[in-house]
Design a protein around this ligand. Structure first.
Ligand code: ADP
Length: 193
């Protein structure tokens, strides 16, 4: 199974991805986690990405596309994967389509987790408190920036997949379990079709 999870920061993509990993035995490819690992390891990409992430802006498409292209070729991705945090721009979505086509692979579903902005703000403020600022970009200022970046640069990605007839949307404002159940319903419909 090959999936994309789309949704604004704080929508619960990471939580839902982990549920899917446990249930379907596929890997979660979170570009945010990959970048944070590069930052922690102090690689060249990590050093450059840190400042961009701390501002709530996006790392360049070229860098992200290269990271994902390499990651898709690792053996563990052969069983299937969940993309979480990628694609985040239409250019990334187009590059992904080309990457998959070249490998003869198709996506089973693109699932958008829809959440209102005011709820996202509350969640991120809560997450910032809970983790004691473990993530340098979990501050109210950066969140506001990340939300506006999402609306300008990533919302068109949902449109890209909607036009291809691939986009499914779930209400992300219920509990973790309710959202998880809605995602599972979509997946069984998508894989039966
Ligand atoms: P969230 O889910 O809270 O939006 P992520 O962990 O997915 O956060 O990403 C954190 C940061 O990493 C983003 O704000 C951005 O700077 C960078 N990033 C992650 N994925 C991408 C991507 N596909 N393209 C560009 N930048 C990215």
């Amino acid at each position: 199974m090959r999936l994309i999870l789309l949704g604004p920061p704080g929508a619960g993509k990471g939580t839902q991805a982990q549920r899917l990993v446990a249930k379907h035995g596929i890997v979660q490819l979170s570009t945010g986690n990959m970048l944070r690992a590069s930052v922690a390891a102090g690689t060249g990409v990590g050093v450059r990405a840190k400042a961009i992430m701390d501002r709530g802006e996006l790392v360049s498409d070229d860098v992200m596309i290269e990271i994902i292209a390499d990651r898709l070729d690792k053996p563990d991705a052969a069983k299937g994967f969940i993309l979480d945090g990628f694609p985040r721009t239409v250019a990334q979505a187009e590059a992904l389509s080309a990457l998959l086509a070249r490998r003869g692979l198709k996506l089973d579903a693109v699932i958008e987790i829809a959440v209102d902005d005011n709820i996202l703000t509350d969640r991120i403020v809560g997450r910032a408190k809970e983790t004691g600022g473990a993530r340098a970009d979990d501050t109210v200022e950066t969140l506001t920036k990340r939300l506006s970046v999402y609306h300008v640069q990533t919302a068109p990605v949902a449109e890209y997949y909607r036009q291809k007839g691939m986009l499914k949307s779930v209400d992300g404002m219920g509990t973790m379990e309710q959202v998880g159940a809605a995602v599972e319903n979509l997946l069984s419909a998508a894989t039966e079709a």
